[in-house]
Design a protein around this ligand. Structure first.
Ligand SMILES: [Zn+2]
Length: 99
């Protein structure tokens, strides 16, 4: 059983990430994050069957869970990003319309 990571709002995660990676393009990172969060919100899972780690997937470019990305079981030092409910619902609706 993996230890749970901390869930923080999308903007807080971006602040945190940009502080550690100032050379990255915040808009691009946010776009990737929106895509991985939408995938996760629709029940998207890693090859191993675990729900994906949206924040980690946005950074590494593959839709995978924490353990498959890092090779570790303890996620308690890591963060997962989430959107406020309304935003997530409209993002998911957009994704559904595109199917
Ligand atoms: Zn996995």
């Amino acid at each position: 059983m993996t230890k749970r990571m901390t869930f923080i709002p999308e903007q807080d995660w971006l602040d945190h990430y940009m502080k550690a990676n100032p050379a990255e393009d915040r808009t691009e990172v946010q776009q990737s994050l929106r895509e991985t969060m939408a995938f996760k919100a629709q029940g998207g899972r890693c090859e191993c069957g675990e729900p994906i780690w949206a924040a980690g997937s946005a950074v590494c470019g593959s839709l995978m869970c924490f353990s498959c990305i890092t090779g570790e079981a303890d996620a308690s030092d890591e963060y997962e990003a989430y959107l406020p409910d309304d935003t997530l619902k409209s993002e998911t609706r957009v994704a559904e319309l595109m199917l």
